[in-house]
Structure formats: C-alpha cells, structure tokens
Ligand binder design. Sequence first.
Ligand code: C2E
Ligand code: MG
Ligand code: MG
Ligand code: MG
Length: 287
Amino acid sequence: HAKQLGRNRIEFFTRQLQEDLRSKRRLVEELKLGLERGEIIPYYQVQLSARTRQVIGFEALARWKHPDKGVLAPGVFLKIADEHGLAAEIDAAILKRVLEDRQFWQLRGLAVPRIAVNISASRLADPALLRKLKTLDIPPGAIVFELVETIFLDDSEETLLDHVDDIKRLGIDIEIDDFGSGHASLIGLVKLRPKRLKIDRQLVAEVVSSQEQRRVIGSIVEIAKALDVEVIAEGIETESHATVLAQLGCDGLQGYAFGYPAPAAETERLFSPLTSGAEKQKAAIGG
Ligand code: C2E
Ligand code: MG
Ligand code: MG
Ligand code: MG
C-alpha cells in the first residue's frame, strides 16, 4: 500500500513538473510574440526633488500589456525572460518606446525631464549595445541607465566597466539601483563612479521607526556626497518617509507616496509646458 502511495506521489510530481515546464515554455513563446507585437511597454514613475518637491525625473518600468491577462509587472516575466536570453530584448524595447514617448511629448511642446531606464546585465555585456546607442542619437542628459550593483561581481567586470565608460561618453548617466541590497555597494560605487545611487526600498522601509536605520542611511548619504554622487531614495510610501529622508540629505524621492507607475498617457500631466513656469507642474502633483 505504501509503495503504491509512493508511486502515485512520484507520478503526481512528475506530472506537476511537466505541467510547470509546459506553462513556462508557453510563457516564453508568448513573451517572444509579445515583444514582436509591441506589448512590452514602459510605465513611468515620478521622481521629486527632496528639497523643492518639483519633478526631477521619471523611471521607466517595464509592463507587459498581455492580450488576455491584463497588465503584468516584471515580477511575472523578467526572471523567465532572463533565463531565456530575452532580458536584453526587453530592455531594448523599453528604451525604444521611451525615446518615442519622449519625442511625442516634445513635439507637443512639453518639457520632458530625464528618464531612467533599467539595464540588465546581459544587455550591458552586449558588445553591440554601444553601436546601437549611437544610432539612436540620444540627446545628452535625456536618458539615464539604472544598473544593479551585483552586475559587477563576476569575471567580466573589466569589460562591463569599459562599456560603462563608453556609455557615459555618450551623455547617458549611470545610476546604481537598489543600493544597499547586495554585497558590492562600496566596490560598485568606487569603480563605477555613478552620477547617482538609489537607496534600496528595503532600507527606506524601516527608516521612520529605527534610529539605527536612519544612521545607516545618513552614512550612505555622507559617503555618496564625499564621492560627488547624488542620492535618490526609492520606495517612499508615506509623508513621514519623505520628511525623514529629506532631512537625512537625500536629493531625490521616488515612491507610491508621490505616484504609482503609470502609462504614458497619464504621465504627461506631470510635465510643464516648455514656455510657462513651474506653477502648473506643482499644481498637477498636488504639491
Ligand atoms: P526597480 O528598478 O528597483 O524599480 C522599483 C520597483 O519598486 C518597481 O517595481 C516599482 O513599481 C516599485 N515601487 C515604486 N515605488 C514603490 C513604493 O513606494 N513601495 C513599493 N513597495 N514599491 C514601489 P516593478 O515595476 O514591479 O519592477 C520591479 C523590478 O523589475 C525593478 O526594480 C527592476 O529591477 C526590474 N525592471 C523593471 N523594468 C525593467 C526593464 O525595463 N528592464 C530591466 N532589466 N529590469 C526592469
Ligand atoms: Mg530601477
Ligand atoms: Mg530600484
Ligand atoms: Mg528595487
């Protein structure tokens, strides 16, 4: 009897495994199609100056506008994309769309601040990236690349650092994303010489309740300032987060407290017209 049960269980797990594999494979095929059909699009989340609460930039975050599953966040597809060599394609699709959105907004007379785009390790490693970027003719300062610090932990480090230098020369600033979440923070900071770092949301989360956490962030800001690196705090969910992080010396703030990532059409209300002052922009974000 026990043997029979064991066999049933093995059959069950085998079937489960096969189903998982099948649904994974289906997802990959769907994702390839989705990329071809332009279903991978950027949502935009606003970044504010900690001092003035004016808009200083946006982060573009990938969404999959799936034909029948609705709008999917990267958590659903990014890992599997990476496992199947599609991460770089996603990054490329997002950058292309961001540049199109930007041009559209500018043609309509809107002043578009810098837009940060997330770059995966595989895209940064691609020798064709620089050539591609040159053909895109990106105005200096328009686009920023966000890299997670862990990118720089493997053997290809030297090549990656070369690529980073080339990218900087094209007028694209580098930011370290999720700073403090990995184990390479300081090495990354010194080697990469980024324009900015983004303090990880997990560090930000406890900042109001914990004196210790506040000291940690205070020290990060101090180190950053010493290296002439700006600091953005991500994952700001409440006004008290915002107040404390501004007091700790952060330059920029980003999080649900100021806006959820939103599609392009809902984002343009946050831009000011090229001609008039900042008052409208302030009114638009309720500041
Ligand atoms: P990230 O680059 O650190 O982006 C911030 C994430 O935190 C986003 O999740 C954003 O929606 C979320 N977030 C923003 N404010 C808050 C807040 O106040 N509270 C909380 N709890 N979360 C907040 P999202 O959009 O699901 O993206 C997850 C991650 O996927 C990103 O983390 C980034 O690492 C990656 N990703 C997104 N788009 C791309 C892309 O185009 N290319 C690549 N390679 N990675 C991307
Ligand atoms: Mg990011
Ligand atoms: Mg981040
Ligand atoms: Mg993050």
